[in-house]
Ligand binder design. Sequence first.
Ligand SMILES: CC(C)[C@H](C(=O)O)[C@@H](O)C(=O)O
Ligand code: SF4
Length: 453
Amino acid sequence: MFDKIWNQHVITGEPGEPQLMYVDLHLVHEVTSPQAFEGLRQQHRRVRRPDKTFATMDHNVPTEDIFNVKDVIAKKQMATLQTNAEEFGVTLASVGTEDQGIIHVIGPQLGLTQPGKIIVCGDSHTSTHGAFGAIAFGIGTSEVEHVFATQTIWQQKPKTMGIHVHGDLKAGVSAKDIIMALISQSGFDGFTGYAIEFYGNVIDDMSMANRMTLSNMVIEGGAKMGQMKPDQTTFDYIAGRKYAPKDMTAAMKYWSQFYTDDPSAFDKTLDFDVSKLAPYVSFGTNPGMSVPVDGQLPEPKDDNDRKAYDYVGLKPGSSPKDIPLGYAFFGSCTNGRLEDLEAAAEILKGQHIANGLTALVVPGSMAIKAEAERRGLDQIFKDAGCQWRMPGCSACLGMNPDLVPAGVHCASTSNRNFEGRQGSGSITHLASPQMVAAAAIHGHFIDIRKEAI
Ligand SMILES: CC(C)[C@H](C(=O)O)[C@@H](O)C(=O)O
Ligand code: SF4
């Protein structure tokens, strides 16, 4: 599948060397675009294909009141994107408009993300869009400028890794646990240099929301891209969306060519049986430092591990259930979709979060917020003692007012847990929406397969 899409997009260059690739969709946000637009301006260039470029604001958005941006840099970045989008004719889902949201949530939601496309964005979690059978990867700011100007990008073709995900996924275990287990078992850079394709019965049965969670986090294992073959689930998701093809029959016929004929063609394969998989919790300062909830925190292997233990203030041999939580975060491009909020709400319904714990629920987009409210999820969260917020990256990273205080342990549905990620001195524990919901109620993690909520 990877080669089929890749080969259709090569403009020039020899295999084994960087090749010039055509870009079908360029997604843009306020943090990595200002210098790129400025570069164009200085060279008197235009955005070559504004019709293949789409922008939004997500990282800096204050989720309590999205129109009241107090931080000077945040305000400037957002205003700059507004001006740049107008000047260069780029469609922008600006704050407060119905299409606004986290870029990796709204691309799929608007039907912009489609099989067979090459999709880039100045953001590492662009891998998310690979869940539709696209080649999607993050690029740097100078590359953003190159794509603006030429609609092309130089890229060296990566090696391919096929991950066969099979078996019987048990209740309480989700895509988040699969990817966290895969990363912790492969070492946190075990995917480096590879484009990953997930396949097998577990993937076939998975919703698009869960497939996106898997693709989203391949970057945390070192891969820039992670995809699945498009199938009926993919087509049904896209059909009827704002920018979906008008002629879906023709589109589906075209998309159906994108699959891997022969798994032995992968440069590397990995077999992953999910039948005995437990929910995972991260304890350290990279996503690879994760254990099953019924496991123990391992002995440190090196100075890095010792440093991580010092930072998080936990002891080897202890249980993830012993971590004293003060905060819970539901949201991000990993788990901020409607299905994720539903999974959390199902657990929180009729319950209350632990005394003294702060819980933020941040929908991934305005559309998700509206639909969640139509279904009454906001009320479930509020009744449980959570704060119901406006869409944005929020507490996934410390670029906006949603910060976890220093020294506080946060159960989080996001994807990164390095030092200070959620605010200076904050301590992040990654887990699935179901696990974070149960943890918020108890003030510590529980094994949702076995223990009563
Ligand atoms: C700000 C942006 C460049 C960054 C990324 O590339 O991923 C952010 O989205 C993140 O998750 O750390
Ligand atoms: S939600 Fe988090 S991971 Fe996703 S783009 Fe925003 S900051 Fe990056």
